[in-house]
Design a protein around this ligand. Structure first.
Ligand code: NAP
Length: 324
């Protein structure tokens, strides 16, 4: 008899509802996880709207990260076993009671660490490491500018930059309350982008060596303006638009690098490399409590639609979780 699971699914455009379906069977190098929590990501909204299809081979079910307990292993797995507590990055399939992950995208969660809260880390930590530390090469003592400072991504970027020794750390957010949270998480200067011009402030305070941007649009020129000589600007999204009319003069004169990457479509070997680096450089700080989960709130899996509505509205700070 096939084992069943519950997943939050919907035909295009319709609200998500719980549906019974067969559990995914772990393939070579994969583990099956009984989900304790699934994390929401802004990409889920785009996928549900039909404008961000899952990459080939990925589950069509929403959900890019989970935490939980390994419930089965596929052939050739060599690290994790049934019963292990884990947190994992997924190509899809998190909004369910069971999912599968490539072993190379899985982090161990020791006994004593809250298993559901462990889900606040994988997508954000992998993304921040791959962009801020790997591509943009943020060094201790360098100035870091983080847009979306209280987003699921931003709350990790601030904390990771702080433990890395970046200084100063600028964070932009859309309210005084969010700016206060950004300061708690490591921003030495939080900027309310609704009332202050971030590029003027950052420039006046010496400029940014590395900028993490998810806004795009007119932020592209402003990021160039706020950058120090030899600065690196990296985009992980363009929420305000991919297109901009730009003056490249300061890029030339300040020797700037402008980059952009996505995580989801990377080859599994690259995700394993990112997992290894996160586990080596930052996971110890998570387990010691120096880098903290930032939870906005948790919804039952059956209320996935309400959870997505909260993210779409934008009032949240940190991670929204689903609990099966
Ligand atoms: N490329 C990749 O591999 C990758 C991986 C993960 C995520 N991402 C992207 O990274 C972004 C954050 O993801 P998430 O899941 O953490 O989403 P999220 O929690 O919903 O955060 C979205 C953030 O964008 C900020 N924002 C939106 N419009 C803005 C504007 N005009 N000016 C300044 N800030 C603005 C919001 O700031 P306020 O709330 O303060 O207004 C909020 O902090 C998303 O766009 C997502 O698609 C990319």
């Amino acid at each position: 008899m096939t084992d069943l699971m519950q997943a939050a699914t919907a035909p295009a455009g319709a609200p998500l509802v719980l549906t019974a379906m067969p559990r995914p069977v772990p393939g070579p190098g994969e583990v099956q996880i009984e989900v304790a929590a699934a994390g929401l990501n802004r990409a889920d909204l785009a996928q549900k709207a039909g404008v961000y299809p899952p990459p080939p081979g990925a589950s069509a079910i929403l959900g890019l990260e989970v935490s939980g307990i390994v419930s089965a292993v596929g052939p050739g797995t060599d690290r994790f076993k049934v019963g292990d507590r884990v947190a994992a990055l997924l190509g899809g399939g998190g909004y369910a009671t069971h999912t599968v992950a490539d072993e190379g995208s899985v982090l161990p969660v020791p006994a004593g660490f809250d298993l559901a809260l462990a889900c606040c880390f994988p997508e954000a930590m992998f993304t921040v490491w791959a962009n801020v530390f790997d591509r943009a090469g943020l060094k201790p003592g360098e100035a870091f500018l983080c847009h979306g400072a209280t987003s699921g991504i931003g709350v990790m970027a601030l904390q990771m930059a702080k433990v890395w020794g970046a200084s100063p750390i600028f964070g932009t957010a859309g309210s005084e309350e969010k700016c206060a949270l950004a300061r708690e998480l490591g921003a030495t200067r939080a900027i309310n982008y609704r009332t202050e011009a971030f590029e003027e402030i950052v420039k006046a305070e010496g400029g940014a060596d590395v900028t993490l941007d998810m806004v795009g649009g007119d932020y592209i020129q402003k990021n160039i303006s706020a950058a120090k000589p030899d600065g690196r600007i990296i985009n992980i999204a363009y929420q305000d638009g991919f297109a901009a009319s730009l003056n490249f003069g300061p890029v030339l004169m300040k020797r700037l690098s402008i980059m952009a990457t996505t995580l989801r479509a990377r080859p599994l070997a690259d995700k394993r490399r990112i997992r290894d680096a996160v586990e080596r450089d930052f996971w110890p700080h998570v387990l010691s409590g120096r880098i903290k989960p930032v939870l906005d709130g948790a919804f039952p899996l059956a209320e996935a639609e309400a959870a997505l509505a909260r993210m779409a509205h934008g009032g949240h700070s940190g991670k929204i979780l689903l609990r099966p």
